[in-house]
Design a protein around this ligand. Structure first.
Ligand SMILES: [Zn+2]
Length: 199
């Protein structure tokens, strides 16, 4: 998920087999108010491996609301609903999403596990990855005057000027870094996370 706090390392630092093991995947726990209250023990080490932003180190994110790290109102509402559904049903759920690096397409899933006292543990598991046909870096548009494309936070597709949602590499102009506004495409937005849980 775009702009999500993650300590997932980039390719070349850890084997896919290792990353595919949920027990080896980084996780965080949110409390009943959706504030980050616990991180996997290797969080900072994994963050450093992957070249993650220093702003996402454990000491700087613990205690803060999860929503501070999620770009786009639609995406925040989607995750709010997923967390609340996990608490209300007491059932784990798995939400697929895509989280690319500038050179890799990565298929991932977010596993939400209900815990005591309204806490929920969120694990980010890498399922598959493959090189992108060409590098593509995106950044959240800083301000209104910056021209930006709409991008889905869950599948990463880009909206074309004609209103179609296409694979990011297919749809993106050949630029070093593309400014985007994060939202949900109709397909992803239509899959309500509060629906029946998936195992
Ligand atoms: Zn989508």
């Amino acid at each position: 998920m775009a702009e999500h706090p993650t300590a997932e390392p980039d390719s070349g630092h850890a084997g896919l087999d290792e990353l595919s093991d949920p027990a080896a995947s980084p996780w965080y726990t949110v409390d009943r108010q959706d504030c980050l209250c616990e991180l996997s023990g290797d969080w900072d080490a994994r963050l450093a491996e992957g070249g993650g932003a220093a702003a996402c180190r454990g000491a700087r994110i613990l205690g803060r609301p999860l929503r501070e790290f999620i770009a786009g109102d639609s995406t925040r509402m989607y995750l709010d609903a997923a967390l609340e559904a996990t608490r209300l049903t007491g059932q784990p759920r798995r939400l697929p999403y895509r989280c690319d690096t500038p050179t890799l397409a990565r298929r991932m899933q977010m596993c939400l596990q209900p815990l005591a006292d309204g806490r929920v543990r969120v694990t980010h598991q890498l399922l598959a990855q493959q090189p992108l046909p060409r590098p593509l870096a995106c950044h959240a548009a800083a301000s209104a005057p910056e021209p930006a494309r709409l991008r889905c936070s869950l599948c990463l597709r880009l909206r074309t000027p004609e209103g179609h949602w296409l694979d990011p590499v297919t749809a993106a102009p050949d630029v070093a870094s593309l400014a985007v506004h994060y939202t949900l495409c109709p397909d992803c937005g239509g899959r309500h996370p509060g629906g029946p849980h998936r195992r």
